[in-house]
Write a protein that binds this ligand. Structure first.
Ligand code: PLP
Length: 370
């Protein structure tokens, strides 16, 4: 879709990457690290010590968690590698992995690479809440992992403390592991972000994943991390050793600095995005879409049903959109195991400059709901 955007000079609201870089001082820190020779050679396998210390400080500062930087943290090539390595480490062939669909596309691929069996539980429009009865019913004797993602891409749903407590209770009673992808942890507009590992009984069974990509708007640097018990982290490290071994040495030093930015920086992430969310939600609604206003992340899910016959499916709609309106969006059905559940859903990313969003809204004005 990003290639299509370039080829058609469309406004690209498809892939989730910001169109402005993160803080200048963090970029400067990366340049300084390169020029002063920090991280230019293979960094330590678990990640450079200042970054692991900074991740531990972050978990304490925001969630009151105590994480041992030496035994309970592994730095990875983005959250993408953390997800892959954690699934490969924890899932045996034939194990079932429950995940809430629609899901981030790497989940299906990584569960398959681990030889696992994907068991989807559907988040349903308009509010995309987790159906806890369906989740309980999905657990079998072969279930090994619940793969969570809150705030959730692509729906923007933020699981409540009560929903997470119910998931935690289930994990404890059925002796399941939880892999919790929290890359949008600082992008919450309504409610709060609760790491499931903070809930009773969960620290010993949760691998928590996050990343610098979204929080600091440096998606190209690919610095992520996983935290968990020493046993889990050691198993994930063993896998990572043969995936990338290490990566992003100088960027690791810069992200160590970024994580220590003042509270004001972290507050500004959600505050800035909230303005853009509302701008884009209102613009999409006036262009004729049914809009599901997200509680978190930088994605908006819409329904194209109001466009009637012109919208046979999100896939066709998104294929035509660059030509009809000069805008690129993503058909949500690609994120579902049950594509019919997302047949009429289309996702827009709003992590773009306001003038870009306004241009997209103006272009989408050519669509006629009817
Ligand atoms: C839910 C989710 N997890 C993981 C990632 C990947 O993060 P990273 O860029 O750090 O690999 C993304 C990126 O879009 C995402 O949306």
């Amino acid at each position: 879709m990003s290639e299509l955007a370039v080829a058609t000079s469309s406004v690209n609201l498809g892939q989730g990457f910001p169109d402005t870089d993160g803080p200048a001082e963090v970029a400067q820190a990366a340049a300084d690290a390169i020029l002063s020779g920090r991280g230019n050679q293979y960094p330590p396998g678990p990640g450079v010590p200042p970054l692991r210390a900074a991740i531990a400080d972050h978990q304490r500062r925001f969630y009151g968690l105590e994480v041992d930087p030496d035994r309970e943290i592994l730095v990875t090539a983005g959250a993408t590698e953390a997800i892959a390595a954690t699934l490969l480490a924890l899932v045996e062939p034939g194990d079932e992995v429950i995940a809430f669909e629609p899901y981030y596309d790497s989940y299906a691929a990584c569960i398959a690479m681990a030889g696992g069996v994907r068991v989807p539980v559907t988040l349903t429009a308009p509010d995309f809440r987790p159906d806890l009865d369906a989740l309980r019913a999905a657990v079998t004797d072969r279930t090994r992992v619940i793969l969570l993602n809150s705030p959730h891409n692509p729906t923007g749903s933020v699981f409540t403390r009560a929903e997470l407590a119910a998931i935690a209770e289930l994990a404890c009673s059925r002796d399941l592991l939880v892999i919790s992808d929290e890359v949008y942890e600082h992008m919450v507009f309504t409610g709060e972000h609760v790491p499931i590992t903070t809930l009773p009984g969960m620290a010993e069974r949760t691998a928590t994943i996050s990343s610098a990509a979204k929080t600091f708007s440096f998606t190209g640097w690919k610095i992520g991390w996983v935290t968990g018990t020493p046993q889990m982290v050691s198993a994930v490290r063993t896998v990572k050793q043969f995936l990338t071994f290490v990566s992003g040495g100088p960027f690791q030093y810069a992200i160590a600095q970024a994580l220590a930015l003042p509270d004001e920086y972290y507050r500004s992430i959600a505050a800035d995005l909230l303005v853009k969310r509302d701008l884009m939600c209102d613009g999409l609604a006036s262009a004729g879409f049914e809009v599901y206003r997200p509680d978190g992340t930088y994605f908006i899910t819409t329904s194209i049903k109001p466009f009637g016959d012109a919208a046979a499916s999100g896939l066709e709609f998104c294929r035509a959109l660059p030509k009809t309106a000069g805008v690129v969006a993503i058909p949500m059905q690609v994120f579902y195991d049950h594509p019919e559940a997302g047949q009429f859903q289309v996702r827009f990313a709003f992590c773009k400059r306001k003038e870009v969003l306004n241009e997209a809204i103006a272009r989408l004005g050519v669509l006629q709901a009817g």
